[in-house]
Design a protein around this ligand. Structure first.
Ligand code: AMP
Length: 612
């Protein structure tokens, strides 16, 4: 496809406001793209390489402006381009505002370096030849591969050569592509829909697809992966997927819109479903939404609870027998292997089957206690002095998921089974998981995690599949209590079993006033979680002087001590005298500084309940 045709169609897509029409126009473009389909899809998303590919052009805005200035002629310097950018605000429009092509012939020839792919504009005929999508792709890839001394100069010459052959629409698209800011109003969702619409029209079971994989799937990026024997296969429920879900699934496992478009066109649904994970090709991480313990238990009946580690996400790819890895990828799929040698070494020494693992790397102090998240970042981005930093900031891996093990893709496998697999592969570095059926147990685990210096807890649906890139409702990061209440202890119950010698449950009350205006205290809940044994003992001692009466295990306590109490929700309730009940109240501490006259009032509780 001619680059000018691509640029014109991109411009038409950009000027179409309606989403549906955009999908239609993109679909038409994909159908017309022929051999350039993969590149066209990537270009539409402002990419030269697929998302999983760690290569970059490494061309900054100033180099781009310099190339534009050079192609715009001797009277234009980078400062002019910068001024226009300040006026217009967008590099594509700036590039489109110049007239290029005047620099053909000798000037261009002189400018091009011997190192370039073939000297742009080195003859009049080459300069006159119009650009194709394939050539732009090839030249941009060569820019990405340029490194070492003089590479800036080579990149500048290459880019200049490209701009010099652009008309205005082409220049607009090229400048944006180079800086990764395509901004056509075509998001990943629109591309997914366009691929589906163009190549998997509903009702046709792959009517147009043929299954000769040789035809158009020869993509250099994937050659090694397809022959290394590490490619997994999807198992499970894929037979039920509708066309959009089929495309989505393939996008999740490949992380490559270009490849999926070509697969959909050339091999249809069957080809898409055959696509599996590949060791060495990172996928997007599954993400979490904020939620409460009650949300988790209500939705799933039980929850898998793990520590939420305050570190940086890491995806581990390792195929020992094939000499791949360990490779470590950040949440943005940057290759961070060189910055974290001890993690790679750990994986190498412990794992002996091909795997893709997901986890968190945390910085720890000399005792192994977690340090703030900023510390781990000092390691992640490091290119130099890795050896010294390795001594300074110690790291610990907490693996919490297993996406692939020993030839089998596990995305569709239930979380608990994936976790079992993980434990069998990397027992010493796997996060502990507890299955619980009530929110109190979640609060207890959270209290432990917090007191060990972690961030909180993650709640996971024990049956959930792993959905890359998805911020769904199957993983919840427990939302911290928004507000806390300072409540007066008005009663207690002795504990049971091991805790029989201390009070174990505390009735807490809000401050209210009766009809004559006198202060009284109305119960709002019972706190039994969030206390350590030592805290229970100390609270028992503190309350003893205020005990008014005992009846079996029930103790009546004179209002004297104020507790800070966390909760997830305030509900209206006939159970307690206040007319309200706290959902999942937890002990956060004794308010030593507060007298009962400073405790929270019923009026505040009413207001908080109204706000919920
Ligand atoms: P947030 O970054 O606040 O959206 O929280 C989600 C992040 O928590 C994930 O992307 C992980 O990097 C991190 N995380 C820490 N511990 C876990 C865990 N046990 N399971 C999943 N994610 C975790």
């Amino acid at each position: 496809m001619e680059f000018t045709a691509f640029a014109d169609r991109a411009t038409a897509i950009e000027s179409t406001p309606a989403d549906l029409e955009t999908v239609g126009l993109v679909g038409d473009l994909l159908e017309d793209a022929n051999d350039d389909l993969k590149t066209v899809v990537r270009f539409l998303l402002g990419r030269v390489f697929p998302a999983h590919d760690t290569r970059t052009l490494d061309v900054g805005p100033s180099l781009c402006r310099e190339a534009i200035a050079k192609a715009a002629g001797p009277n234009v310097d980078p400062a002019d381009v910068e001024d226009r950018l300040a006026d217009i605000g967008e590099i594509g429009a700036v590039a489109a505002s110049y007239e290029f092509g005047g620099q053909r012939g000798l000037t261009a020839f002189m400018a091009s370096s011997p190192g370039s792919v073939d000297s742009p504009g080195s003859t009049n005929s080459a300069a006159a030849k119009s650009l194709t999508v394939a050539e732009v792709d090839r030249r941009l890839r060569s820019i990405a591969a340029t490194e070492g001394e003089g590479s800036e100069r080579t990149k500048l010459d290459e880019l200049f050569g490209l701009f010099n052959r652009c008309d205005s629409a082409e220049a607009r698209v090229l400048a944006r592509l180079v800086l990764g800011e395509m901004r056509l109003g075509v998001g990943e969702g629109a591309i997914r829909d366009a691929i589906t619409e163009a190549f998997l029209p509903s009702g046709s079971e792959d009517a147009d697809a043929h299954d000769d994989p040789e035809t158009r799937l020869d993509d250099p990026e994937h050659d090694s992966g397809e022959t290394n024997g590490n490619q997994g296969r999807l198992t499970g429920t894929e037979g039920d997927l509708d066309p959009v879900a089929t495309v989505t699934r393939a996008l999740q496992v490949t992380n490559d819109y270009g490849r999926v478009a070509a697969l959909a066109r050339d091999r249809g649904r069957e080809g898409l479903l055959e696509e599996g994970l590949e060791i060495g090709r990172p996928v997007q991480a599954m993400l979490a939404q904020a939620g409460t313990a009650a949300d988790a238990i209500d939705a799933w009946g039980r929850a898998a609870v793990e520590t939420k580690f305050d570190g940086a996400r890491i995806q581990i790819h390792y195929a020992p027998a094939d000499g791949i890895g360990p490779e470590l990828y950040s949440r943005n799929m940057d290759d961070v292997t060189d910055a974290l040698p001890e993690i790679a070494e750990r994986v190498e020494s412990a794992v002996d089957v091909p795997v893709i693992l997901d986890g968190e790397v945390v910085a720890v102090d000399a005792d192994g206690d977690p340090l703030p998240f900023q510390e781990v970042l000092r390691r992640f981005r490091r290119k130099h002095d890795v050896g010294r930093m390795r001594e300074e900031v110690k790291l610990r891996l907490h693996a919490f998921d297993c996406l692939h093990a020993d030839g089998e893709d596990l995305l569709d496998t239930q979380f608990l089974r994936r976790h079992d697999r993980l434990r069998s592969i990397l027992p010493e570095r796997s996060a502990a998981v507890s299955i619980v059926e009530d929110a109190d147990a979640i609060a207890a685990i959270e209290a432990q995690a917090l007191s060990a210096g972690h961030e909180g807890v993650m709640l996971k649906d024990p049956d959930a599949a792993y959905t890359p890139g998805d911020r769904g409702q199957r993983w919840l990061k427990r939302k911290p209590d928004v507000e806390t209440l300072d409540l007066v202890v008005t009663g207690a119950e002795w504990g049971e079993g091991r805790r029989a010698s201390t009070l174990g449950t505390f009735e807490v009350s809000v401050r209210a006033s009766d009809q004559s205006g006198d202060t009284n205290f109305e119960p709002i809940g019972k706190v039994a979680t969030g206390l350590t044994d030592a805290e229970l003992e100390s609270l028992t001692d503190r309350l003893e002087p205020y005990v008014r009466a005992e009846d079996g295990t029930d103790v009546d306590v004179r209002p004297a001590i104020v507790l800070e109490v966390g909760y997830e929700e305030i509900q209206q309730s006939p159970t307690y005298g206040s007319g309200y009940a706290l959902r999942f109240p937890r002990f956060l501490g004794v308010r030593e500084d507060k007298d009962v006259a400073d405790a929270d009032t019923l009026t505040r509780v009413e207001r908080l309940a109204d706000e919920e």
